[in-house]
Design a protein around this ligand. Structure first.
Ligand SMILES: *Cc1c(COP(=O)(O)O)cnc(C)c1O
Length: 378
């Protein structure tokens, strides 16, 4: 019996334990200490963002974003049907209506034409999720946002360090969010970040992140006492989390090189089999620098997809699918509306299968996965 190959295994960076001991031996384990400062600087260096604020999760960064954009019950936000729940729930939490639109069948990203058709007088923002760290069609989306004066929220949980025409994902729209959940390329258990360029939004975001107080400005000596200034919440992570995050970010290049090694192996080793079997492997548009966050295959039918998952499970390989379309999920029906049925999203969800992708996957394990996939007769 061979070992089971799991779908995702958290990377462990060399300095994590030492950093954690430094925090435990200090008197500072609440937020905004030395590791938060260091990790923030590293995120700004990787993304080129003017401002970055660490948060307790990407979901919280999206909630903070929705607060900053002052979304409310009169507003609509355009959200891709094929996406993780966080962006939708962060908008719904403010009382805004999610308007679900279909995706581009090649990338799984929001379809700008579908978004354009969904704009109404109440539309305030568009959520863009760069699926798998592959850039959405930002040219069309920026034009659309400029035409109607809409904000663009980039859910960049998959795309740290990714690019669109050389511009860094997460810094192209009005605001961007990152996730440092265990399943993401860089992680600290639970964590996130908000990326911003606008000074006024940044000033307010610092207050909203710190229970509505100007504590951040006080600590920098910009005000002589701190007080309640605005609504907000407690979105800052503990130093115990950022100590791990900082160590991971220090090894970002190693993590990415190894993820790309795995991604490239799948892409080259599976292409002939895919072509023979009417399977479409993940492809990358020429203007996108992707992040090797995930590798997927699009099977010709749902049946053949379920068959491949079962075939791989029988060989000890865990290959899941994901994203039940938001528009057809129970909360999507309650908190959103769907002007046009999202048929491409439904098909994407029904035919996708993801292969294991983590930095320490060995050549032997990769060969086992490739052999198991190519044994499968579609
Ligand atoms: C993981 C993920 C999130 C949520 O991240 P958390 O840090 O767990 O809140 C949001 N959006 C996408 C696309 C994700 O993959």
């Amino acid at each position: 019996m061979t070992d089971r190959i799991i779908f995702s295994r958290p990377f462990r960076a060399t300095a994590e334990r030492d950093n954690l001991l430094t925090v435990l031996d200090s008197d500072h384990s609440h937020g905004d200490g030395q590791f938060t400062r260091s990790a923030t600087a590293r995120i700004k260096a990787i993304t080129g963002a003017d401002h970055a604020l660490l948060t307790t999760s990407c979901t919280h960064a999206l909630e903070l974003g929705a607060l900053l954009l002052e979304l409310g019950p009169d507003d609509e936000v355009i959200v891709p049907s094929f996406a993780f729940t966080s962006a939708a729930t962060a908008m719904a939490l403010r009382g805004a209506t999610c308007v679900f639109v279909d995706i581009d069948d090649t990338t799984g990203n929001i379809d700008p034409a579908a978004a354009a058709a969904a704009v109404t007088a109440r539309t305030k923002a568009i959520v863009v999720m760069h699926y798998g760290g592959v850039a959405a069609d930002m040219g069309s989306l920026l034009n659309l946002a400029a035409t109607y004066g809409l904000a663009i929220i980039e859910d960049n949980a998959h795309g740290l360090g990714g690019t669109w025409r050389g511009r860094k994902l997460g810094t192209i729209g009005t605001l961007g969010t990152q996730s440092f959940h265990d399943t993401k390329n860089v992680h600290c258990g639970e964590g996130g970040a908000l990326l911003l360029a606008d000074e006024i939004l940044m000033h307010r975001a610092e207050i909203m992140r710190e229970k509505g107080t100007d504590r951040a400005h006080f600590l920098r000596g910009q005000v002589d006492k701190y007080s309640w200034q605005d609504i907000g919440s407690s979105y800052l992570p503990s130093e115990l989390n950022t100590a791990v995050l900082d160590a991971q970010l220090a090894e970002f290049d190693t993590i990415q090189a190894n993820r790309h090694r795995v991604w490239n192996t799948y892409a080259s080793a599976l292409s002939a089999w895919a072509a023979r079997n009417d399977v479409r492997p993940m492809t990358i548009p020429a203007d996108s620098g992707h992040t090797a966050h995930l590798f997927y295959l699009r099977m010709p039918t749902e049946d053949r997809r379920d068959g491949l998952i079962e075939h791989l499970a029988g060989r000890g390989i865990v290959a899941p699918f994901h994203y039940i379309p938001l528009d057809s999920s129970p909360a999507g029906l309650k908190y959103g509306r769907t002007p046009v049925p999202c048929t491409r999203s439904a098909n994407f969800s029904a035919t996708i299968v993801r292969l294991p992708l983590w930095p320490m996957l060995s050549a032997v394990q990769l060969t086992r996965i490739v052999d198991a996939v190519t044994e499968y007769r579609v």
